[in-house]
Ligand binder design. Structure first.
Ligand code: IPE
Ligand code: IPE
Ligand code: MG
Length: 262
């Protein structure tokens, strides 16, 4: 009984906090593109004496919540780091659990995402993913291709260095084929050859779990991104954390190397 009342009280407090945060956020200054390193699933599980796999499963719920909130707020792009080019180093059973979870997520969520007008996209060396994952992705892309709401960019088998390497290879090939000339090479052209071609750079990067590193994520695109770090593990990441991150972002002074006259 007591627990039930505390639970209700906490839920009500969460809603009150959310309303306060929503009132404080300036809807005209939302970040267009938010990137998240969904980290801390393993530690979250281990602290509870659970297998790491259950941490990954609990992390899917956080993903679901942030996608919904970004979609409600009108954020244009949300890029979520789900599997890095280095994550293949993990034990085979963890890797295959993650791949199966991806397929399950896509199959179960696609209708709901579609109804929210979310357009599903992915970045990374997708051709190296297991066949089933590639098929589930293709089906999700196809279904949501014409949606005009939030672009959900899943970073899968993604590495910032492999992305830049792939861009260099494609540019070199275009030079060789005489489709490009050396004088055409500039920052804008390089951007067009990245996986994120046509998307704005992230304005806000969120990394839960207390680690303060990039882990090979969006190396080019994060040049002037604002970082928001929290010790909270990804499965514990709630709507209010995202709202707090956005509010903090709005209070920052972004100078881009220049000076702000006061
Ligand atoms: C992030 O959580 C998920 C992936 C990397 C796929 P981790 O599995 O890295 O969790 P920690 O960092 O070990 O706690
Ligand atoms: C980054 O987390 C990759 C993802 C969240 C998918 P990691 O857990 O792999 O990063 P490191 O190894 O702690 O740097
Ligand atoms: Mg980790």
């Amino acid at each position: 009984m007591f627990e039930k009342i505390t639970g209700l009280f906490n839920r009500q407090k969460g809603i009150d906090d959310e309303n306060k945060l929503l009132q404080a956020i300036d809807r005209n200054k939302l970040p267009n593109h938010i990137a998240i390193i969904m980290d801390g699933n393993g530690r979250w599980a281990q602290r509870r004496g659970l297998p790491r796999s259950l941490g990954h499963r609990a992390g899917v719920e956080s993903l679901r919540n942030v996608v919904k909130l970004c979609s409600e707020l009108g954020v244009k792009v949300l890029t979520c780091y789900a599997f890095s080019t280095e994550n293949w180093k993990r034990p085979e059973d963890e890797v295959s659990y993650l791949m199966d979870l991806l397929v399950e997520y896509l199959r179960k969520e696609v209708d709901e995402l579609h109804s929210q007008q979310v357009k599903i996209n992915a970045i990374g060396r997708l051709e190296e993913l297991p066949h089933q994952a590639q098929e589930a992705l293709k089906a999700a892309f196809r279904k949501t291709a014409n949606n005009t709401g939030l672009v959900l960019n899943l970073a899968l088998n993604y590495g910032g260095r492999s992305e830049i390497t792939d861009a260099v290879l494609h540019i070199a090939k275009a030079l060789d084929d005489k489709q490009l000339e050396i004088k055409d090479i500039n920052e804008k052209l390089i951007q067009q050859y990245l996986y994120t071609s046509g998307m704005p750079d992230p304005e806000l990067l969120i990394r839960p779990s207390g680690d303060a590193r990039i882990s090979n994520f969006l190396l080019w695109q994060l040049a002037y991104t604002e970082f928001w770090l929290t010790p909270v593990m990804w499965p514990d990441f709630k709507r209010n954390h995202l709202l707090q991150a956005i509010l903090d972002f709005q209070r920052r002074e972004r100078r881009f190397g220049g000076i702000i006259k006061k």
